[in-house]
Design a protein around this ligand. Structure first.
Ligand SMILES: *Cc1c(COP(=O)(O)O)cnc(C)c1O
Length: 350
């Protein structure tokens, strides 16, 4: 068995891969591949409909919220969000708590003013700033719920009347939260919900149509809503894989059930990292991510033994992001508890 701790693209359930492979060869016994049917066929429309329905159901969304599946990865949302929500003379509030969030800030500045309400850059983004003030006149407040690279996660959503916008790429559907409190949520699919090549975007419709710039059709959320995420050819296969993953999640008991497993996995790993001499988690304890566990190994000899053990036991994807160094172990929804147990027992025996 391979233990896949990759940060993204990352592990998906085995049954999703099996079903996806079948869909490529013989989609729903049509003797056609999902890759060769038109996106406007009833067959593909049923995939799109079910994917959106499952997403709404798993997030318990109200009827004010729309779900879109768009191209371009989360990085496109860094600029599509301000294009649609921020006038040139307005200010958006941003929390600077990681490499991804800082990229979002840079892109937003192309379209309007940005006020950074707090930053943890002073300590290499190893904690989540707290007690900051969100200016009441801001067009929106943007933050990253899980900092994939640095390994911090934000579980408490700020109380404010300013519309909330969140990049949830790496922790969406991994724990319960009130998704209806958000004006906009976006997530690249390749961590918790499916294959690379598609983004899920959740939008509360009333925030749209307020900017005065002209938008290219493909950048305009309202046109995508109108067209049911089929303004142009959607990434059909990536959406199909999302549908299969969401089906799997529903079968597991939904978000509350997976959250329990995710807590157990993270607790198990942090416990051994805290206990084991030479291993050192890098982020502040109260902000530890359940999805991406980042740590250093202080002793070169121990490090060598750890890497040899990983190799022997088919543990892949443990190397840290190039900007942080050390190690990063990703524990996304589809990673089985068994893999975490294998890793903790390896560390324990070093
Ligand atoms: C992976 C990731 C991104 C970038 O996603 P792309 O699909 O590569 O554009 C952005 N934000 C967060 C939080 C991520 O984890």
């Amino acid at each position: 068995m391979i233990h896949n701790f990759n940060a993204g693209p990352s592990i998906l359930p085995k049954e999703v891969f099996e079903e996806a492979a079948k869909g490529i060869l013989n989609f729903r016994d049509t003797e056609l591949s999902i890759l060769e049917i038109g996106h406007r066929t009833a067959l593909f429309q049923s995939v799109m409909d079910e994917t959106i329905l499952l997403a709404k159901e798993l997030m318990k969304l109200d009827s004010d919220h729309e779900v879109l599946f768009l191209h371009g990865g989360a990085s496109t949302q860094f600029f599509q969000v301000p294009m649609n929500l921020l006038n040139e003379n307005q200010t958006a509030a941003y929390l600077d708590c990681g490499v991804w969030g800082s990229k979002a800030i840079k892109e937003a500045r192309l379209f309007g003013n940005v006020e950074v309400v707090a930053s943890s850059k002073d300590k290499n983004y190893t904690y989540i700033p707290k007690g900051f003030n969100i200016p009441s006149g801001a067009a929106y407040f943007h933050f990253t719920t899980n900092n994939t690279i640095e390994g911090t996660e934000m579980f408490i959503i700020p109380e404010t009347n300013v519309p909330l916008v969140a990049d949830m790429s790496s922790d969406i559907l991994s724990h319960e939260t009130d998704f209806n409190r958000f004006a906009l949520i976006y997530a690249g699919a390749q961590k918790n919900i499916g294959a690379a090549g598609v983004n899920m975007v959740v939008i509360r419709k009333d925030i749209l149509g307020k900017v005065n710039r002209k938008l290219p059709g493909m950048m305009d959320y309202r046109q995508h809503i109108e067209a049911g995420s089929m303004l142009n050819t959607p990434p059909v296969f990536a959406i199909y894989v999302c549908m299969l993953t969401l089906r799997w999640l529903k079968k597991q008991g939904g978000v509350s059930a997976i959250e329990k497993i995710n807590i157990a996995k993270a607790d198990l790993l942090y416990k051994i990292l805290d206990a084991k001499e030479g291993f050192e988690p890098t982020v502040s304890r109260e902000d530890r991510s359940r999805m991406n566990v980042v740590f250093l190994i202080k002793d070169p000899l121990l490090e060598k033994k750890f890497l040899e053990g990983c190799k022997e036991q088919n543990m892949i994807g443990v190397k840290g992001h190039r900007s942080v160094g050390g190690y990063r172990v990703s524990l996304y929804n589809a990673l089985p508890l068994e893999s975490v147990k294998a890793l903790t027992s390896l560390i324990d025996q070093l």
